[in-house]
Design a protein around this ligand. Sequence first.
Ligand SMILES: NC(=O)CC[C@H](N)C(=O)O
Length: 505
Amino acid sequence: METEMTASGKAPCIAALGTGSDVGKSIVVTALCRFFLNRGIRVAPYKAQNMSNNSGVTPEGLEMGRAQIVQAEASRIPPHVDMNPILLKPTTDVGCQVVLMGEARENSTALDYHQKKERLFKTACESLDRLRDQHELVVMEGAGSCAEVNLMAGDIVNLRMAEYADAPVILIADIHRGGVFAQIVGTLECLPPEQRDRIAGFIINRFRGDIRLFEDGVRWIEQRTGKKVFGVLPWYTHITIEAEDSVVIESPPAVSPGRLGKPSVAVIRIPHISNFTDFDPLSAIDEIDLFFIEKVQNLSGFAAVILPGSKNTRFDLDWLKTGGWADTLRAYVDNGGHVLGICGGYQLMGQYVHDPHGLEGTPGSEEGVRLLPVETTLKAPKTTTRSRFMWDGTEGTGYEIHMGQTDRLGGSPMFTVLEQNGGTPHNSEDGCVSQNGRVMATYMHGLFDTPAITRRWLECIGLGHIPISDARSGPAARDREYDLLAEHFEQHMDTEALLGLVDKA
Ligand SMILES: NC(=O)CC[C@H](N)C(=O)O
């Protein structure tokens, strides 16, 4: 199918906006991208502004939100910062790092960020225009609820962006949390008439149970609003696509390792966790139980404990120390436990973390958890690389996103870096392994995406007998999941009506 160019000579756009946060916008956009691609349309994803600590690196070595990287993958195109020109990475409750066109620009409080919105809106529009020049369709994603009336004047990602692109809007609602009728009618009610008219219809996400029982509900919504329900998307468990938001791992309960007779691995859910999707390949292994844990508990039942990335290393370090985690971790290691740190988790495990310029809070130094002989200083410029590395003869790929630079004062490096952003690495040593080999850490995110590296790490923690199939991870495996998602989506959507939207756009 071909799309009609708009009068401006640019490709049409459609926008998926939400009735709230975490209603499943990203996954619907991912499904839409693969659906349109399967109909022969060259499609690209776009989200003007993303607030997330879950980011990745483009082939050009620039940083962008992982959700748009996933959507680009579903569109079978390389990710580009135009797909997510503004990324806000929360460091504190009131401040964030502003990543503009893939580069960390500054730390901003919500208030001063607000004052820069107009300039940023222009940058975001230019990105969208470029995407529209290069593709046949752009599927835009909104942020949070599109009807936050107090924020509408400064909106650069929801209806204002849809207006700029003259895009019809699909409103995504989440029936699982209840109140779906009020979500939809209430959202429309909060919008001025011209914006309400822009909403073409609805997708109801996360339906559980017998869908026939909801037919009345669909009729009610259509009669009440005069707009179409494009489809009701049932809950699924047979498809794995990485999650966008760390709310999926919020407030995890205490767990009993080994409860199912399987070896268990714990990831400590630190307050500013970043790139929690690093562990998706581990959760996919049936023979292992992977848990996120937050409350201090005895660790002796775990085969290994992981300290993940952090967007505020010193804050999380203080949290680990004052809450009792630091002592618990040291005792666990003294008793033979295995610990792995990734990025911020690596920094935490050293002797000190220095932040002389206050990049992540007030300037100063903080004593580390002291599990490794390393010392870290946070300083610009930010490192953002796609890397290739070697671990004792096993090759892997990963990506680095950090301000910190870490000096090794003992132990040995974990990886030899072979390549960064397609060129020679700045420093060919990465990470640190303790003398006894049980404590190790690296800057490399995404290391478990390489099955051979996962296998190698499982050997290190005494789980070398667990089979790791190459078919479970990597690009080909993810591509199959996008097809499964599109299939599920098509089964439950009025596909003709969706295609009709593109014609009208
Ligand atoms: N991704 C991370 O874990 C980043 C670690 C730390 N906040 C830094 O910027 O160096």
